[in-house]
Design a protein around this ligand. Structure first.
Ligand code: ADP
Length: 398
């Protein structure tokens, strides 16, 4: 059995205040707890004192490790987001062991709010505040057309970066055909609203948000321009991401309203363009590259998905003409981020919503390809970040 919310709260309650008989939980300093499959994410109120926060995090890690040990498991990942105490902390109203849900007062999401959110006449986002202050790098994933594996690549990138120890979020901004509920296996989870902020779902070591959990999955999603703008804006801005090293944004295919809104709203580190090897796919990918360049978003590079097929016999078959995207990248003067093969296990793990298995159970070639691709994006994002004047992301996750 893995750690659930109640185990985490019990463990945190053992952290006593030095001067009173109170503890971290009874003082109301634990603002949020998420525990799922031994991934734990916390929001804790503590003064802006680096040394104190560092010590507190060490203590939290230690009591959680102990609690996990007693259950015969281990904490796979711990993220602690600190917020400044307001002085009127009160204990959590309820501390039931739901194990998966983030907040205690579930509400449905007012989707109308997303649809009615409008641009100002200048076309800029209506709120002027910096949209995501805790997010160090935003990486957009785009493709010239649907079906090339853009969402699959986004998920594997997010999981790959999380496996390297980064704090990662994934935003399914494919508002016309959101696939994250399937790819991340979100069926049993609900998006909660707390203090008017959408709460992320914590799965496979990443924080996730998708419009697919806010709308009827059976209904076609038809958005007019301003509605698409409002939906993206709400998803990006009204989601409580906390501190992130990387936010991966899975864009809708093609060139449309959402990339435009994103470029107005967010400081994007760079874009990854997903392409398959065929000539027709390359033509579309070039259009996607040009769109990002027009929007002044740096293209980090091109990744060739479904590059070749790995059969059950372990042999590699060049079905679509492997290498086409690499040649295109060279022609455009862009980095080539790697080739990801087509493999039955990846399709199965995608449908089952278990993407971490792509790195462990889909064969050595697939694992190496995904890791190499992740490394390449990390390198290119760091270079792009440096060019933008920001520093390399720091590690804040164990
Ligand atoms: P897009 O976001 O471009 O529309 P998806 O990521 O939804 O594409 O992928 C389309 C389908 O192809 C999905 O069923 C997915 O599981 C499958 N797929 C994508 N990439 C691979 C791959 N490298 N190996 C096997 N199946 C893949």
């Amino acid at each position: 059995m893995g750690l659930n919310k109640q185990h985490v709260l019990d463990a945190l309650a053992s952290l006593q205040d030095a001067t009173t008989t109170e503890n971290l939980v009874s003082l109301g300093l634990v603002r949020k707890v998420a525990a799922c499959d031994d991934y734990v994410a916390l929001t804790v109120a503590a003064p802006e004192d680096e040394e104190l926060r560092r010590r507190l995090k060490t203590d939290i890690r230690s009591v959680l490790n102990e609690a996990a040990g007693q259950l015969g498991t281990e904490v796979k990942q711990l993220t602690v987001d600190f917020v400044v105490p307001t002085g009127d902390e009160t204990p959590e109203p309820e501390q039931q062991a739901d194990g998966r849900k983030y907040v205690d007062q579930p509400k449905t999401i007012p989707l109308k709010q997303a649809a009615s959110s409008q641009t100002t006449t200048s076309g800029k986002a209506t709120t002027g505040a910096p949209s995501m202050p805790g997010v160090k790098n935003v990486i957009a994933v785009g493709a010239g057309k649907g079906g090339v594996g853009k969402s699959t690549v986004s998920v594997n990138l997010a999981v790959g970066l999380a496996r390297k120890g980064y704090a990662v979020g994934i935003l399914d901004a494919d508002i016309y055909g959101p696939s994250m509920p399937t790819l991340l296996g979100l069926d049993d989870l609900d998006v909660q609203l707390h203090d008017n902020m959408l709460q992320v779902m914590y799965v496979h070591g990443v924080k996730a948000m998708t419009i697919g959990k806010l709308v009827d999955p059976e209904k076609p999603l038809i958005w007019r321009g301003p509605m698409a703008h409002g939906a993206f804006k709400q998803l990006a801005e009204q989601t409580e991401w906390g501190e992130l090293d990387y936010l991966i944004v899975d864009l809708p295919p093609g060139t449309g309203d959402v990339p435009l809104t994103m470029s107005q709203m967010l400081s994007v580190t760079g874009a990854v363009v997903v392409c398959t090897p065929q000539k027709v796919a390359q033509d579309d990918a070039v259009r996607a590259v040009r769109m990002f360049q027009q929007l002044k978003i740096e293209v980090l590079g091109i990744v060739e998905n479904m590059s070749y097929f790995i059969g059950d016999d372990g042999k590699e078959y060049d079905i679509f003409g492997r290498g086409g995207a690499e040649i295109m990248a060279q022609r455009l003067g862009l980095p080539f981020l790697g080739a990801i093969p087509l493999n039955m296990a990846v399709r199965q793990f995608s449908d089952a919503g278990t993407p971490r298995r792509n790195f462990t159970d889909a064969g050595e070639t697939m694992q190496r390809s995904l890791e190499k691709f992740t490394d390449q994006v990390e390198v290119q994002a760091t270079l792009a970040g440096n060019r933008m004047g920001s520093s390399r992301p720091t590690l804040n996750v164990t």
